[in-house]
Ligand binder design. Structure first.
Ligand code: ADP
Ligand code: MG
Length: 218
């Protein structure tokens, strides 16, 4: 589903050069839940951005459903991302002035994918926040915020979900619930990659990829 081959990414600030990714290859199959672990600064977020086509690798290739995503124009990457990828980050992807339902509708309007998007009420119901559909993000608990963020990420039925530390600010019980929702997605064939420090995420994953200093070490 998602295939990264030999990704390199450098950052230069003055005389200082950071090798954030040093030849990372990975493959994500349909229905897999994969944990991406590694210490802070090991390149997890940089890798996620390259896989999502938000950032461009300096070397290497990202393929999504057999099509090259890297080294394409921004509009092409944006379109592929909209059609195939859901993004979930710790700082939730919610607009504060829109309700939960408004946020999901906006995501559906902005990114028209190849499939009919799921009805908002069904999506929110399946994530257990149907009752909060008219609430604003500022009125949500941590767990509700995570579920609402997931609803936005899933607004267009993505084939791949990329989640960067999605449970970083959640208590253990809520984290377990969010992990259950992520693993439910895999039963429907979605490929899920979760960057996280949390042992609970690694334990729930089918497979764990470890990054150290920008390279896959396990
Ligand atoms: P992680 O998500 O594992 O904590 P990151 O991908 O955020 O790691 O960072 C990997 C390395 O790349 C770090 O050394 C970080 O300082 C550096 N880095 C990331 N983004 C940038 C950037 N935009 N400019 C300069 N350095 C960056
Ligand atoms: Mg990070």
């Amino acid at each position: 589903m998602l295939d990264a081959h030999s990704l390199y990414r450098f950052f230069r600030a003055g005389d200082e050069e950071t090798l954030a990714l040093q030849g990372v290859s990975l493959r994500l199959e349909r229905g897999e839940l994969v944990a991406l672990v590694g210490p802070s600064g090991s390149g997890k977020s940089t890798l996620m951005s390259c896989l999502a086509g938000i950032d461009e690798p300096d070397g290497g290739t990202v393929r999504l459903g057999g099509q090259r995503l890297s080294h394409r124009s921004e509009p092409v990457r944006a379109k592929m991302r909209a059609e195939k990828i859901g993004l979930l980050f710790q700082s939730a992807n919610l607009f504060q002035h829109l309700t939960v339902r408004g946020n999901v509708l906006l995501a559906q309007r902005l990114a028209r994918g190849p499939h009919q998007p799921p009805p908002v009420d069904d999506l929110l119901g399946s994530l257990g926040i149907g009752a909060r559909s008219r609430a604003y993000p500022g009125e949500l608990s941590g767990g509700e915020t995570a579920r609402a963020g997931l609803a936005v990420a899933l607004a267009n039925r993505p084939a791949v979900l990329l989640a960067d530390e999605p449970t970083g600010e959640l208590d253990d019980t809520t984290e377990r619930q969010v992990l259950q929702l992520l693993s439910d997605l895999t039963a429907n064939g979605v490929a899920v990659l979760v960057a996280s420090h949390s042992p609970a995420v690694a334990a729930a994953a089918h497979r764990v990829i470890t990054l150290t200093d920008g390279a896959v070490t396990r």
